[in-house]
Write a protein that binds this ligand. Sequence first.
Ligand code: ZN
Length: 445
Amino acid sequence: MKAKLLPLAILFALTACGQTSRSQQVNNPTSQQADENICFADYFEDKTMRLDFYHCGNATEETYFFDELKEEPYFAGSYYALRDSFNYGNQRFVLLDKGTRREIYSFHYCTLWGEWQCTPEARTTSLGMPESVVFPYPKHDAIAQIWSRGNPHDPAVRKLHATQPWVLKFEYEIKAGNYFVRGFSPIYETQDIHVVGDPHTCLDIVLIPEGYTEGEREQFVRDCEYFASEFFRFEPWTSNEQRVNMRLVWAPSAESGVSIPAVGKWRNTAVKANYFTFDSERYQMTYDFQTVRDIAGHAPYDYIYILTNSDKYGGGGIYNFYGVGAGHDTHGTSGRVHVHEFGHQMLGLGDEYVEIGNTTSDQYDPAVEPWEANLTTKIDVSRKPWAQHPLPEDSLHGKSLPEGGGYLEHGIWRPYEHCLMNTLAYPFCPVCLQAVTDYLNYITR
Ligand SMILES: [Zn+2]
């Protein structure tokens, strides 16, 4: 995590801090085709179960504490994309049918806690963040598991990466008929922004307001409409407009505006987001993911994006977690920022930019192949699905790949010189475009 502010022209969001070789897939689901053998209706009801917990620890320890099970009314996922084999991310959630120990649902994700674990503070402090995962509501006894790749800065973990990336960190038995699963009581209104199809076969984005008061609903709706119009200006979203739904949940804040701790500005807001996360001015995030989920659950969603009542350059996006961006656009960049952040959020695309003078990254180790689809250390470039793409001549042999990415000047290469994951001035490069499209095809089938 870098505390310095990048130039406005360079995008800023930070993805997760772990890396591993894509060739090491121990304990991973076998293949996407295996989903065909799982009939959704045999195992699940068409609504969501949410598992709340606390993600705790420090630079070398990672622990989970159970909090609560909740029921949410909508399941927006595909009936057929039940087991994720993309192997992105630093965390892996698995649901096993208890009777057969069969994996019936899984996905990968990253967390803000995982980024915090790479900060200097984690070497001297232990900290817990409220987190949760959601999954289709199991009909029978099931076992929830959370696996982790661990902190890549821990020498023991780094060594482990070479042989077995996933470590089981948490297990919880879900009993069918447990009457302590908290029911859902809606308290917020929702509104369609762009709704074109069945949530089970569409990508569903829920937009959440941060720092908009009761009287600022119209402003929030305008900011949501702006988000949608900018989003669909970029491929692959332009040509997939009929596969994407967007809805808002109207959760007003007590006070207007955003919190900026370094200037003593605090606001009482819906999801408690602030700039200066990990001392990085532009990094606007919230530690309280459970409160974010409480709001999001009012609408069907696959992805949560928070729009903040601000035009201050900032935001962030974490893979399968949530995204944040300033709602107003006075610099002419917010729309591109949203699409960039969504690249992090949807499938964990890495930042392709360089922080000048940066020789040691908090998040990337040149000795380990990153799992991100768009970055390589050349340790295992052959495993990247780049062979399908019209890369510059010889680039697959590593001769002409542009060097620099993942904040590092040297030791990490990106597939193309220019990309939206690098600078705001460009669309996605062909590799990122293909990675997003592949992922979209998976989650909407
Ligand atoms: Zn790219």
